[in-house]
Every structure is written in C-alpha cells, then in structure tokens.
Design a protein around this ligand. Structure first.
Ligand code: CA
Length: 235
C-alpha cells in the first residue's frame, strides 16, 4: 500500500508542526499550508488522500477554501473548528466537509477520525472500480446509481455530497428498517467511538431538502419518533 499523504492547512505553526510530527510518526506523509490561499493552491494542484482544514485562517477562511476545493475535487476533508460552535459544524457539513473536529482535540481522537475517513474513501474507490450489475436501485421516482455515485429523481440529477449519498443508499438498501442515529453514525460515518448524533440529523435534513417533494412531510426518509430513521418503501 502506498503512503497516504495528508495536507495540513493550519496557520498556527506550532500546532501544524505537532500534527505533522504525529502524522509522520503514524506513517503518513504530510504537506503544510499556513494560510487559506496556500492551502487551496496546494489542494488543487496535488493529489492528497485527506485534507485537515482549519476554519480560522488568514487570507481566505476554511469555509471558502472548502467551497472552492469542492468545485473541483472530492478529496476527504476534515474541518477543524476553533470552538464548540454549532454553526461552524453545520456549515462545514453543508458545504461538503466529510467530518469535523473541535479544538482542543486529542491527537488520538484526530488520528481515529483520519483513519476512519481514509478507510471509507479507499473502500469507496475500490467499490467504484468493481463492476457489478446490482448497483442501481430504483425506488419510486428515485434512482440511486452506486456506480456513478449519482441520484436522480424524475430523471433530474440531484446534487448530493458524498455523505448524503451514502446515507441515502444505506437506508434505501434496507427499506423499512429503523436505524438509530447512533447506529447510522457508526455504520455510515464509521465512527466507532462516541460521535455527535446531531451530525446525522443535519445530514438527514439536507438530504430531505434535496430529495423530498416537501421536506417537512418526508415520504422517503421518515422519522420514527424516539427511535431513529428509516427509508419508506410505500410510495
Ligand atoms: Ca487558525
């Protein structure tokens, strides 16, 4: 297996250097960027396996860097938010971040997140390469195409983030089965430790806005109060 390379976009040099040291100790290669513009340039002109992206950055903030990267690339991105700020987390996920971590975090926690995100993206890559015929799910007016990572409704392409796609596919493959938010976090996000279940709610809400006729009366992804979510087959 080739060495994974991680881009660290962090303006505080001591923090960046600690990250670099710890990541390299784990066998990763790293590159460092110390402001948003430099981070964006490096991200667009190189192939990274993952990007750690601080929100508060000089020249260009992390959200704008994230938005620009997502126009061109699907590199896994973990946003680093400075404080326990709900807005930052939600905004980051809505703009297409794969995950976020809040400062101060432990190196162990960060490494666990990085590894979970890398595992997921490499299994996706090999899944994409595998040629299978059963990769297209049709449910009502929705078509979920796992070969192309595309979802259409009434033949209109729906623009989903990778996580929204995965959540939809996961639920749709097991219709009518109720999953708790914790179970979804574990299975779709691959968090084996305690994550924030509100991440699931945010992603469900975004997904509903994109696929439902009326997101306040969902017919695809349905809430089972007190239990979780399920994909409804009764169209
Ligand atoms: Ca910063």
């Amino acid at each position: 297996m080739s060495e994974k390379i991680i881009l660290i976009v962090e303006d505080e040099k001591p923090i960046s250097d600690i990250l670099k040291f710890n990541l390299e100790k784990e066998g990763f290669k790293t590159m460092q960027a110390f402001d948003g513009e430099q981070g964006l340039n490096l991200a667009l002109n190189n192939e990274f396996d993952l990007i750690l992206l601080d929100v508060m950055l000089p020249k260009m903030d992390g959200f704008n860097v994230l938005k620009e990267i997502r126009v061109h690339k699907q590199t896994p991105i973990i946003m680093v938010t400075a404080r326990e700020d709900e807005i930052d987390k939600v905004l980051g996920l809505e703009l297409g971040a794969d995950d976020y971590i809040t400062k101060p975090y432990s190196v162990r926690e960060l490494l666990a997140r990085i590894k979970a995100n890398l595992r997921r993206s490499s299994s996706e890559n090999s899944a994409e390469k595998a040629v299978e015929n059963s990769n297209i799910l049709k449910i009502g007016r929705l078509i979920i195409n796992s070969e192309r990572y595309e979802v259409t409704k009434d033949d209109q392409l729906i623009d989903l983030t990778r996580r929204e796609f995965e959540l939809l596919r996961f639920l749709a493959e097991q219709p009518e089965k109720i999953f708790s938010r914790e179970a979804l976090l574990k299975q779709v996000w691959d968090f084996e430790y305690v994550g924030d279940v509100r991440t699931v709610d945010v992603t469900v809400r975004r997904l509903r806005e994109k696929i439902e006729d009326n997101s306040s009366e969902p017919t695809y992804i349905v809430t089972k109060r007190g239990l979780g979510y399920y994909f409804s087959n009764s169209k």
